[in-house]
Design a protein around this ligand. Structure first.
Ligand SMILES: [Zn+2]
Length: 337
């Protein structure tokens, strides 16, 4: 029996229908597998001018990590409903654009697999070779597509990544500031916010801006101790990280600022609270109990609102050279010593 369309993809279509004046739905590609095809959708909300600040949200690059798609979809629905009566929010949405790709790996979701239908781990598939010698299998491997973390062919990335690369690059290069949040689940018991790099221990070009995002959030929400904010290599290094590759491609492009972040939800906590989840592999990455799904969806809306406010206030652009130096120093001390 062929798998049915994932319900997250139905949610995308329903939401786009319901808010057809506010959401522009684009089909970036059709991903074919065994004579069946699934759409790779992007939703565009807000301002259409090229240099407007931009928030990009991506989920389910790993097919079993569906909670990320659901967080994005629930958040967008709430945002659009609020904008119907909240005039300030409606103005904000006129000033910036939100691009959402809630299901990057539709076949992975449909087949309940981390990889896509070709067995390729889409977060190990980019042409980035880690120089860190002490890596493990999970850093990406080329032995077999039957094992996890299979890299596939980085010189010809999978269709999903090629489509997303082609789509987001124009926006990354034209927006004056672009924050990207890629949602994952499954590592550890804490929610983590990772910035590049995954491939090596070097600070990224926009380190001061990452520090600013961390610092302003902490100051503004002192009781909100939720995220471990750190460079990804603090936990592990990998080959083929798609965001590392995007950063490398865009780092010398002058005036604008591209800040990708990975939100890695600590799903081991859900498992600890509900050990029955251990019985099924794909459930390790997704809370089962409805109240927990709701709670997880709710607790990250503050962070998404925060990114929108940062972009609308142009905090990144307005950072003075002096502040930048200060943040750079503090960041090096906190994360790179
Ligand atoms: Zn993941």
């Amino acid at each position: 029996m062929s798998p049915s369309l994932p319900k997250e993809i139905e949610h995308i279509e329903n939401l786009a229908n319901r808010f057809s004046e506010k959401i522009k739905l684009r089909s970036l590609a059709q991903i074919e597998h065994q004579a069946q095809s699934m759409p790779l959708y992007a939703m565009e909300i807000g301002c259409t001018s090229a240099n407007a600040p931009c928030l990009i949200l991506t989920g389910a690059i790993h097919g079993v990590e569906r909670i990320g798609s659901q967080i994005i979809l629930v958040y967008l629905k709430s945002l659009l409903k609020r904008a119907l009566w909240d005039k300030r929010l409606a103005d904000t949405l006129d000033n910036l654009k939100i691009l959402a790709i809630p299901v990057v790996n539709p076949w992975g979701v449909a087949l309940k697999r981390r990889s896509n239908h070709n067995g390729v781990d889409l977060m190990r598939n980019s042409p980035i070779e880690s120089q860190n010698p002490s890596y493990h299998l999970h850093a990406g491997q080329n032995f077999s597509d039957k094992l996890p973390w299979y890299r596939g062919n980085p010189l010809q990335m999978e269709k999903e990544l090629q489509a997303i690369d082609a789509y987001i690059n124009g926006h990354i290069q034209s927006s004056r500031t672009c924050i990207l949040l890629d949602l994952h689940s499954g590592f550890g018991t804490r929610d983590r916010l990772w910035f590049p790099f995954a491939q090596n221990h070097n600070p990224p070009q926009h380190l001061a801006h990452y520090y600013m995002l961390y610092h302003v959030f902490r100051k503004s929400y002192p009781h909100y101790e939720l995220y471990q904010f750190e460079p990804q290599w603090h936990q592990y290094t990998t080959h083929g990280d798609f965001w590392d590759w995007q950063v490398m491609k865009n780092q010398d492009n002058g005036k604008n600022c591209f800040l990708p972040l990975t939100l890695e939800l600590g799903s081991w906590l859900w498992v600890k609270k509900n050990p029955l989840q251990l019985l099924q592999f794909n459930q390790l990455f997704h809370p089962i109990k409805p109240h927990r799904v709701k709670r997880v969806q709710r607790r990250h809306s503050t962070l998404l609102d925060y990114f929108i406010q940062v972009l609308d206030s142009d905090l990144v652009v307005q950072l003075s050279p002096l502040e930048k130096q200060k943040y750079q120093r503090q960041a090096l001390k906190l994360w790179f010593q």
